[in-house]
Design a protein around this ligand. Structure first.
Ligand code: 8YV
Length: 321
């Protein structure tokens, strides 16, 4: 490792985070193609901010790459399997955003069920005074929530829903022995049993279009779907059709298949509550995530173990060169 190693920025961090990275690294933007090509043979670290994949082709151009620090707990933009093959450590930002994302999930669920967005538009348009009260809505009361995914954030959501007095069940590939909720190995069976789904699984190939027309049909006409995971987990066209045709009641979405582009057909739907991927987007939580990105990279620069390597790339020591 050199004294102030080269680091490549993939995507655009906030200015203060960029400055923090500059303390221990010489920083180059991948978007600056000429500069990135020039430093490529020397780059030892990547800080990844969601834009542009960190794929095998990029890693192949960086023969001295040792660490990819991803800003976000989800790292579907980083090919962790390819990193593992190449002996590169990938880190993410777990734990520090769990409560923020869980808060947002519950807020979005309530806003969707109780139609807060439409109710506010009713007031702002002067219709309360001219036409009368906003329509009566569906209720959280009596609902049973099926969580799709029971990782750390899933558990934080489940604890909140328990406090709201709602029964919680879940689907995941393997049951989690640490949680008291009923596990459904079969997602369609769970969707048929509940009226509310909250999706909080990792993105990527394993979960692509997990929620499709069949699952939405099983959820049924009183069904409410909340997606806090990745847009790729839901077949967006099938969801639009299901919302339009009354196959399910409504959806609250924080994530989309092709961010920041949201289909016009979705925007046109009154029974969709749409947030622009703000699950973790508070000043305090984004700062905590940024601090963890910097801490992982500075650990590398100091020759110390990374704080939060992902499961695919357990730390086994930094290579001597
Ligand atoms: C961020 C997220 O919006 O952590 C994640 O996986 O999706 C969010 O917290 C994102 O990582 C920032 O670009």
């Amino acid at each position: 490792m050199t004294s102030r190693p080269d680091l490549l920025l993939v995507g655009r961090p906030a200015d203060d985070l960029r400055a923090a990275l500059g303390r221990s690294f010489r920083v180059t933007d991948l978007a600056d193609e000429a500069a990135a090509a020039r430093v490529g043979p020397e780059v030892e670290a990547i800080a990844a901010f969601g834009k542009g994949p960190v794929d095998d082709a990029l890693m192949a151009r960086l023969p001295r790459l040792r660490i990819v620090a991803n800003f976000g707990v989800g790292y579907d933009g980083v090919d962790a399997a390819a990193a593992a093959r190449r002996g590169i450590v990938v880190t993410n930002t777990p734990n520090v955003l769990d409560d923020e994302v869980a808060d947002t999930a519950v807020g979005l669920l309530i806003a969707t069920v109780r139609e807060f967005g439409a109710a506010e538009r009713h007031l702002r348009a002067g219709r309360w005074a001219s036409e009368g009260p906003f329509r009566l809505t569906s209720s959280l009361r009596g609902r049973t929530v099926g969580l799709v995914g029971m990782g750390r954030i899933g558990q934080a959501i489940a604890r909140r829903l328990e406090a709201f007095g709602l029964p919680v069940v879940y689907h995941s590939r393997r049951p989690n022995p640490d949680v008291p909720y009923a596990h459904y190995p079969d997602l369609a069976a769970m969707a048929a049993e509940v009226d509310t789904l909250v999706v909080i699984v990792p993105g990527g190939a394993d979960t692509k279009n997990l929620i499709d027309a069949r699952i939405l049909a099983a959820l049924g006409p009183d069904g409410v779907l909340v997606n806090m995971a990745r847009g790729s987990v839901i077949d967006e066209d099938a969801l639009i059709a299901a919302l339009r045709d009354g196959v399910i009641r409504s959806a609250g979405l924080d994530v989309y298949a092709h961010e920041p582009h949201v289909p016009a057909a979705l925007i046109a739907l009154e029974n969709a509550v749409l947030l622009p991927h703000v699950g973790s987007a508070s000043v305090a939580t984004r700062r905590a995530m940024a601090d963890l990105v910097v801490a992982n990279l500075e650990a590398y620069a100091a020759g110390e173990p990374p704080l939060s390597p992902v499961a695919e790339t357990p730390f086994r020591g930094w290579p001597a060169d």
